[in-house]
Design a protein around this ligand. Structure first.
Ligand SMILES: [Zn+2]
Length: 177
């Protein structure tokens, strides 16, 4: 099982798609691409990780993140759940959802590191925040992993930041246009 593969779906949650911090159209536009990627990896029996940005009060109000973003992804609310058809995959036996309260998910990186997975594909939102942080975190935690980020599977409310962060990720990952 060398070079096992996985897919990481970063924060494709309602609050980041059409909720309080919604990307709007760019995030809606990637839904079918994200589903296609999930299906492709499940068919190949690869692990599919969902990161779930997860906040609770009053912890959130004391976090540094709260100075940049209003409260979002409150655990168990509708906004916390994956958006649209992607929600249906939450209970699929091949999908592992990991909650996180920071941009990057340390548990995800350490689980990949401890596994035979050395080929990581990434989609999700926002390209310049949680996708970027998780790609950097995985790169530094699992330096022998091949990382591919799909431009068509990522979205940000800021088109310029989307492009800039993809350009930055090219220093350590393959960005598939
Ligand atoms: Zn958050």
């Amino acid at each position: 099982m060398s070079n096992a593969q996985c897919l990481v779906v970063v924060d494709y949650q309602k609050d980041f798609v059409d909720g309080v911090l919604g990307c709007g159209q760019p995030a809606l536009d990637i839904e079918s691409f994200v589903e296609k990627k999930i299906q492709e990896h499940l068919d190949a029996r690869h692990t599919v990780f969902f990161t779930l940005d997860t906040h609770t009060e009053p912890v959130y109000s004391d976090s540094v993140e709260s100075s940049s973003y209003t409260l979002h992804c409150r655990k168990y609310t509708e906004g916390w759940l994956p958006y649209g058809v992607i929600k249906n995959y939450m209970t699929h036996p091949g999908v592992e959802a990991i909650e996180k309260a920071t941009y990057g998910c340390a548990e995800l990186a350490s689980r990949i590191s401890a596994s035979p997975i050395r080929d990581v594909e990434i989609v999700g939102v926002y390209t310049d925040v949680c996708v970027f942080h998780n790609a950097v975190l995985i790169y530094n935690t699992v330096p022998d992993a091949i990382i591919r980020v799909f431009a068509s599977g990522c979205a940000s409310p800021d088109a310029a930041m989307h492009s800039q962060s993809l350009r930055m990720m090219r220093t350590f990952a393959t960005v598939v246009e």
